[in-house]
Design a binder for this molecule. Structure first.
Ligand code: EA1
Length: 220
């Protein structure tokens, strides 16, 4: 199996759901993704949504507000998604650094690099790639623990984040013509990677058996 076969099987099973937006992650291309990427570390997405709603309700879900909010107040608002004191400090510092280095979110989107993101306290590869793919719309494939669990069921094990990412990317890159055929139009690689990760997350959440994932519905 290559990753294109996995992509195709997930697509044929109806992932991702029609009601989702084009890039799958809610409010893709906006600052909200940066906040979501930090809050979703070791937290369920449903809890993250509660924290995001708290911030949105108070008109604080923007770069300047979070950079200038006091950390204790921020912590209270993001309590639902856990580790709130740590995440509040991380998030505030990240927002301050974005303003210092890029001045505004639009410049951040245009000029940020993976290395810059990785140099920020509390941003690892998964968060960095999530921000690049869904906030900055770069051609980046996100890897997470669901992805690891899923490919393991087909006998694939990788020593690092980067190796699994490379396996996912190469199967897509060498089959882009077939992907265009599946969709009946030319697809942007950003959209393909964004949706591929979304398909994996949705499938794994719906077919979870304890810590395991049931892949019997996938005809691979
Ligand atoms: N999980 C289920 C997610 C989702 N939407 N639905 C998620 N994880 C990270 N996400 C971002 C967006």
């Amino acid at each position: 199996m290559d990753s294109f076969e996995l992509f195709k099987a997930l697509k044929e099973q109806g992932y991702i759901k029609k009601e989702r937006e084009k890039l799958w992650w809610p409010k893709s291309g906006t600052f909200e993704v940066v906040v979501g990427a930090i809050l979703t570390q070791q937290a369920k997405w449903e809890k993250v949504e509660k924290s995001l709603t708290n911030l949105r309700d108070k008109n604080l879900l923007n770069l300047d507000s979070i950079a200038n909010l006091n950390a204790e107040e921020l912590a209270q608002l993001i309590k639902p998604s856990g580790f709130y004191n740590t995440k509040a400090k991380k998030l505030k510092k990240l927002c301050q650094n974005i303003l210092e280095e890029f001045e505004c979110f639009e410049n951040f989107v245009l000029h940020v690099s993976r290395d810059w993101l990785l140099s920020q306290k509390g941003i690892g590869e998964e968060s960095a790639d999530g921000i690049l793919c869904y906030a900055c719309k770069k051609e980046v494939m996100v890897v997470d623990s669901y992805t690891n669990r899923l490919v393991k069921k087909f006998g694939y094990e990788f020593d690092s984040y980067g190796e699994l990412q490379e396996w996912l990317v190469s199967g897509i890159e060498s089959n882009i013509e077939k992907i265009n055929k599946l969709y009946g139009k030319d697809m942007d690689l950003n959209v393909v990677y964004a949706r591929f990760h979304g398909k994996i997350v949705e499938f794994c959440k719906e077919n979870r058996r304890g810590k395991d994932v049931d892949v019997s519905d996938l005809n691979i």
